[in-house]
Design a protein around this ligand. Sequence first.
Ligand SMILES: Nc1ncnc2c1ncn2[C@@H]1O[C@H](COP(=O)(O)OP(=O)(O)OP(=O)(O)O)[C@@H](O)[C@H]1O
Ligand SMILES: [Mg+2]
Length: 236
Amino acid sequence: MSDVASLGLAPLEARDLSMTYMGGDGTPIEVLKGVSLSLAKGEAVAITGASGAGKSTLLHLLGALDRPTGGAVFVGGRDVSRLEEDELAAVRNRHIGFVFQFHHLLREFTALENVMMPALLAGLGFDEAGRGARTLLGEVGLSAREAHKPRQLSGGEQQRVAVARALVNDPLVLLADEPSGNLDTHTGERLHDLLFGLRAQRDLSMVLVTHNADLAGRADNILRLQEGRLQPGTRV
Ligand SMILES: Nc1ncnc2c1ncn2[C@@H]1O[C@H](COP(=O)(O)OP(=O)(O)OP(=O)(O)O)[C@@H](O)[C@H]1O
Ligand SMILES: [Mg+2]
């Protein structure tokens, strides 16, 4: 996949995605009605929209956590919509990094072990995974917290561990769903500094779902999800 940029393939592309859920009473809910998006290498796109507009749904589809009702998602030029579950899991693990509003760290494991996990799942040996995880924990400024369990970390530190974990396999794309939604303004802005610093270093592509004006304002492009479609958004 390191050839992706040289081949001119977008790290991530969505073509005409639709998503219809079945409501509790059996009524279909058409959440996405034809969403297309192409992300260039190193590009950061912010997605805004009202609660219930379908932002998390879209991010789950882009990250191959869920399958669309219609349309296709291409990761590094590869159509993931038709992959078997085990192949899909491998694409997610290797090429997509996720950061959620709540860190989703494994509570019984230390910060270091949490960051190592995706590398171990990708088949790296223990020593190599440990080296990679230590480097990333250093990059997010948490070398001194390697042995801490999630409950022994502050909210901002938990999110930084989550960022380190998301990047340990050097993904093509980082997807973040309200990454600072649970943090105070100052801590949130430090997390944004970190994300954009890492983006600059690694030429990382990012899709950031956010209501946060500071985070959206740093993106190259802001899109608004409304009535199931992406429209140009505005900086606030
Ligand atoms: N698994 C599901 N089954 C049925 N309906 C769902 C499911 N997941 C989401 N929905 C519905 O789809 C719509 C979009 O949900 P989604 O979580 O994508 O919104 P969102 O834009 O992320 O909102 P928020 O800003 O509140 O996080 C909502 O109306 C929600 O109730
Ligand atoms: Mg959401």
